[in-house]
Design a protein. Structure first.
Length: 159
């Protein structure tokens, strides 16, 4: 089985490297590139052909993680986007999910929450079919661990 190919995109160098260091210790995961901004992620995405890009919501450089996600999904619809963010505001979460991200994980989550999001980021029609207006309900992923905090596209329903 081919490893999950991941590219972290975060403006903070330490966060980006720590994320890569953690994920490379996990079986079946390979880091294939990294970006410090949305523009850099867009520039390299076609070369990477990542299965998953873990994107900071506030990537510097002119475009934020929401717009970067929107552009990446147009460029590479098969690449899944997991947003890693310090913001849990519903407006940010809805924005990322509408842009095409399949999961929003808070930065203060346990590392296992992010790992689970990355592993579950394989293409899934139920994640892609969620469009329109959303309302929040409990995320099954978020309830598996008392310290896990995240929201996936499948856990937003049409309002």
């Amino acid at each position: 089985m081919r490893p999950i190919r991941i590219a972290p995109a975060d403006n903070q160098s330490v966060a980006r490297h720590e994320l890569g260091a953690y994920l490379t210790t996990q079986p079946g995961i390979t880091i294939i590139g990294e970006a410090a901004s949305g523009e850099e992620a867009l520039h390299h995405a076609s070369d990477w052909q990542a299965d998953v890009i873990v994107m900071d919501i506030l990537a510097p450089g002119g475009i934020d993680g929401i717009e970067t996600t929107r552009r990446l999904k147009r460029l590479l619809p098969q690449t899944q986007i997991v947003i890693l963010s310090g913001y849990a505001d519903d407006a940010w979460i809805i924005g990322t999910l509408r842009a095409g991200a399949i999961m929003h994980v808070e930065k203060d989550s346990q590392p296992e929450q992010l790992l689970e999001a990355v592993r579950s980021a394989k293409p899934c029609s139920s994640h892609r079919s969620c469009h329109g207006s959303f309302r929040r309900r409990r995320c099954g992923m978020a309830t598996r661990s008392p310290n896990a905090r995240g929201t996936c596209r499948a856990c937003w329903r049409r309002g």
